[in-house]
Design a protein around this ligand. Sequence first.
Ligand SMILES: NC(=O)c1ccc[n+]([C@@H]2O[C@H](COP(=O)([O-])OP(=O)(O)OC[C@H]3O[C@@H](n4cnc5c(N)ncnc54)[C@H](O)[C@@H]3O)[C@@H](O)[C@H]2O)c1
Ligand SMILES: [Zn+2]
Ligand SMILES: [Zn+2]
Length: 349
Amino acid sequence: MKALTYEGPEQISYSDRPDPALPGRDGAIVQVTATGICGSDLHIYGGHGFVSTTGYCVGHEAVGEIVEVGPQTPGFAVGDRVLVPASVGCDSCSQCRAGIVAACARHPLPVDACYGLGGSLPGCQAQLLAVPHATGNLAKLPDEVSDAAAVVLTDNAPTAWYGARRARIAPGDTVVVIGLGPVGLMAVQSAFAMGAARVLGVDLLAERRKRAADLGAEPVESDDPKQAIRETLGGGADVAIEAVGADATIKLAISAVGHRGRVSVVGVSQNRAYPFHMMAAQVKELEFHIGLCSVQYELPALLKLTAGGRIRPEAVVTHQLPMSDGPAAYRMFADRSDGVGKVVLDPRR
Ligand SMILES: NC(=O)c1ccc[n+]([C@@H]2O[C@H](COP(=O)([O-])OP(=O)(O)OC[C@H]3O[C@@H](n4cnc5c(N)ncnc54)[C@H](O)[C@@H]3O)[C@@H](O)[C@H]2O)c1
Ligand SMILES: [Zn+2]
Ligand SMILES: [Zn+2]
């Protein structure tokens, strides 16, 4: 089969790989019809991956059709159109049974709990994908959800919804979203779906602020976003969602909220010692949330919200390309060129 592999910093190649074998009696093989490039893949692309090896198949966002199943996959059969959640659990511990696969008792390392990070699970940017413990790690797709929307539902939309949910966005709240990539834009949509009165959007790129404005957000057009947010809202926001993962934007999120404000960080940070102003947080009675999304937990609500038209995950997709263009697509996504937002690749082409 064909697949995209990581060969070193800024080197993704369109390679030949052996077809995957069925991963156990409760596993499945999915023929991938659409796969996404995620902001998290940029950590790998930039040479800051989770493992030091090369040659592994990348990607953790896939939609496709089941072409093979083991005898112990209740609820799933060959021919089913499925979404593959980016987060992977064992489907047998109590946390996984509740959908909270990020706390799976059998996957202590994050690299083994997601496809394409160089751990035990080969990536989704491939023609065929081995899905372990399929019943817990697949979701059937309703016909009204397109492949493009479904790719966003494998990771970006659930991450944004999870961040918004943990910040307990309530009707009438003011919300600041920092970072307006696909995750941030889904956070804008999530905030409105939860009843936010106003959503402000912060990003370095004007075209991404424009995209947030198209979704109803108020773009923050200033070199001093902290000041601009306070002026616009007449004080701090109720909630800030951070979807970048940089020290500066986490700091901005903390300063953007007012007294008893709720900050929710979903941007991935590999910083081992973030400088946290404890006194300021204490005076403000700050609530600070950070975590990794369990896609399975968020998905039931999101599939219904998508099918009902309340959120539009496909709105963040800007490019649909053949997977053979994958190396160039990575360059474009990393360079932010050609007005790129979410890139969806078709492995059949
Ligand atoms: N917690 C989770 O479970 C989870 C899941 C998926 C993705 N993520 C993370 O979410 C983050 C966003 O993902 P994405 O796909 O939207 O990525 P992306 O790279 O497309 O978007 C990041 C955005 O942040 C903006 N940005 C960068 N520095 C900034 C700054 N100083 N001020 C304002 N804006 C700035 C960029 O211009 C870009 O638009 C990534 O860190 C990714 O790893 C987390
Ligand atoms: Zn991702
Ligand atoms: Zn488990």
